[in-house]
Write a protein that binds this ligand. Structure first.
Ligand code: PA5
Ligand code: NI
Length: 188
């Protein structure tokens, strides 16, 4: 009987172990994504927005699976909630499961026709992101949003395809509550 390769905390979902990769994204890595550029520039560029811990021991092989836990800290740039960069899979037809562990947020998806969906993420929520669908999460609460994910090891992350035009909606605070704003309604 072998010891487990890694473990995740049943209380906060964090992954630990020798085969766990950790990536940190800071505000400076998210330049150009938020609507309020002035608010962005007034903030500390070194501030950590999210961390991703991934168990990717098999490498990017066809048929393999990766398992990850993202922790997205609470915060806003102007009225817009902290969010991940967002991506579509390099191998476009690869899907992914997400599930809510801690905190509250939104899963924003966009299909190839640029049609968006927004789903509430909360502890216990389960989300299937189909292939050919870009995805991003936002933290709409006051505590870290912790989200689990499992995806095909050969999916890859394409950020550039999304960076060009972005998602068609933003998740912003209005009167103290999260709302979905259509970017077409923006006057910038
Ligand atoms: O594979 C996924 O979709 C997640 O693990 C994300 O990579 C993670 O949430 C970070 O988001 P992004 O890769 O868009 O920076
Ligand atoms: Ni993904």
């Amino acid at each position: 009987i072998l010891p487990s390769q890694a473990s995740f905390s049943p209380s906060n979902g964090r992954l630990s172990g020798e085969q766990v990769n950790r990536a940190v994204r800071r505000l400076k890595d998210l330049r150009g994504l938020f609507a309020d550029e002035a608010a962005f520039l007034a903030m500390d560029p070194e501030q950590i927005v999210y961390e991703v811990h991934a168990h990717d021991a098999c490498g990017p092989v066809e048929g393999g699976l990766f398992f990850g836990v993202s922790t997205l800290f609470p915060g806003k740039v102007g009225q817009e909630y902290f969010m991940t960069k967002g991506h579509i899979h390099e191998r476009r037809n690869r899907g992914e499961y997400y599930w809510g562990i801690e905190g509250r947020g939104a899963l924003v998806t966009m299909n190839e026709r640029r049609e968006a969906t927004v789903a509430v993420i909360e502890p216990g929520s389960l989300h299937y992101v189909p292939g050919n669908t870009a995805h991003r999460i936002a933290n709409t609460g006051n505590v870290p949003l912790v989200v689990g994910a499992c995806w095909p090891a050969d999916a890859g992350h394409d950020y550039d395809a999304i960076a060009e035009r972005g998602f068609p909606v933003r998740i912003v605070e209005e009167n103290g509550a999260p709302v979905v704003r259509n970017r077409e309604d923006e006057r910038d």
